[in-house]
Design a protein around this ligand. Structure first.
Ligand code: NAG
Ligand code: NAG
Ligand code: NAG
Ligand code: NAG
Length: 366
């Protein structure tokens, strides 16, 4: 008999002939009795301001195409983007694999006035997510210029790998200190050798809300909600990249709280524009693409742009996803005059596997 995991996706009268019905019976019975609570959802948050609608929708689409467990989107958007987000997301409601909530850009209600004076709201929204989404246990925060080339389930499962002191996970800002920014220019503390990049940030917010953080302002440890303002006041003249710098300062004082994942989970132009320096991606492929430096929208890194365009123009139809690979590979082959294009196979590797897995897996309920 073949593995009974196939049962999950098939009503029993449509089971492949080599799967034993009896296995499915027991699998279903166990699942029913063990699962008193509903299936765990994965929570994804993004903050969209300015001209980021299309880019954000493409990110969300890439999340939906490959992911397996249901998703809950938390979308923080400027007022003028709210209606367009609603219309676009409602047009996807046939998928039944996600729900979403739209929020205005906000500060937590306590001290909102004081925070408004200090923080640029769009740039700092993500720092407040643990305080705003009080009911949510864990969250994946991503920038709008992220593309998932692999199911979110896989990065989500890293939450279970956290040891008892870890509360969040990010990738290093650089692999190569000679071109690193923080180690050459920062005028504030930062995490590790080259700092961390906050464009893909996995958080156990239950733990973030509970933790008392060491800091260089008082000898007393402070909670998340109490540390942000003094931190900003102290460092506001010295920070360059806004909230990412504050996160670096925070985790430099509390390094035991950070889980560092490898660069293929947050692959940026910096990993290839001067030559390839993300070894994990060379071996296993790129898992999450991060088009920082605006590379999806100009011609400086055509390999990144080709990936963005391929996902932007594909639909949820099986054929559309399946037939994305060939033209994409041809596009990427036109980019081999660039350092990133030279190693274009690393962009195809995981994507090809994800698409294959999606079709080995019987289709989701639509
Ligand atoms: C979305 O929300 C509706 C209504 O609350 C619920 O019935 C449905 O199961 C949810 N879907 C997912 C994928 O969470
Ligand atoms: C800010 O940068 C200046 C110049 O490098 C430095 O002297 C100062 O100590 C820094 N401030 C803080 C709070 O680290
Ligand atoms: C987050 O941490 C809390 C407290 O340690 C724990 O109960 C919860 O299961 C964790 N969430 C996940 C998704 O691992
Ligand atoms: C958890 O892992 C971090 C990073 O490797 C480490 O600094 C910390 O000491 C670990 N915590 C425990 C309780 O082992």
């Amino acid at each position: 008999c073949k593995a009974s995991t196939l049962c999950y996706w098939n009503p029993y009268w449509m089971l492949p002939s080599d799967v034993c019905g009896v296995n499915c019976f027991w699998e279903a019975a166990l699942r029913y009795s063990l699962k008193a609570q509903p299936e765990e959802k994965m929570h994804l948050a993004v903050v969209a301001c300015g001209e980021r609608l299309e880019e954000t929708m493409t990110m969300l689409k890439s999340a939906l195409i490959f992911s397996i467990k249901p998703l809950q989107f938390h979308i923080f958007a400027e007022d003028q983007l709210q209606d367009s987000f609603k219309a676009r997301l409602d047009s996807w409601s046939f998928l039944q694999t996600f729900n979403y909530t739209l929020y205005p850009i906000t500060f937590p209600s306590e001290n909102a006035a004081e925070w408004k004076k200090l923080f640029k709201p769009c740039a700092s929204q993500r720092l407040f997510l643990p305080l705003i989404l009080k009911e949510v246990d864990s969250l994946l925060y991503v920038d709008t210029d992220i593309l998932f080339l692999r199911p979110i389930d896989d990065i989500w499962s890293l939450l279970k790998k956290f040891n008892s002191t870890q509360i969040a996970a990010m990738a290093p800002e650089h692999e190569e200190p000679r071109i690193g920014w923080y180690n050459r220019f920062a005028r504030h503390p930062y995490y590790g050798k080259t700092g961390v990049n906050s464009g893909v940030m996995l958080m156990n917010m239950t733990r973030m809300r509970r933790k008392y953080f060491k800091n260089d302002m008082t000898t007393v440890r402070l909670q998340w909600g109490d540390i942000l303002m003094p931190l900003l006041k102290k460092y506001k003249l010295n920070i360059t990249w806004g909230d990412q710098d504050l996160l670096n300062i925070m985790f430099s004082h509390n390094p035991e709280s950070l889980f560092v994942f490898p660069c293929q989970w947050n692959y940026r132009p910096d990993h290839c524009i001067y030559g390839s320096n993300c070894q994990e991606a060379e071996e296993e492929g790129v898992f999450i693409l991060h088009g920082s430096r605006g590379v999806y929208h100009d011609d400086k890194q055509p390999a990144f742009r080709a990936l963005y365009e391929a996902l932007r123009s594909c639909s949820f139809e099986d054929d559309s996803v399946r037939s994305l690979l060939k033209p994409l590979e041809l596009e990427l082959q036109k980019t081999v005059h660039t350092y990133c294009g030279k190693i274009y196979k690393i962009f195809m590797k995981q994507l090809t596997k994800s698409i294959r897995d999606r079709y080995d897996r019987p289709p989701k309920k639509r």
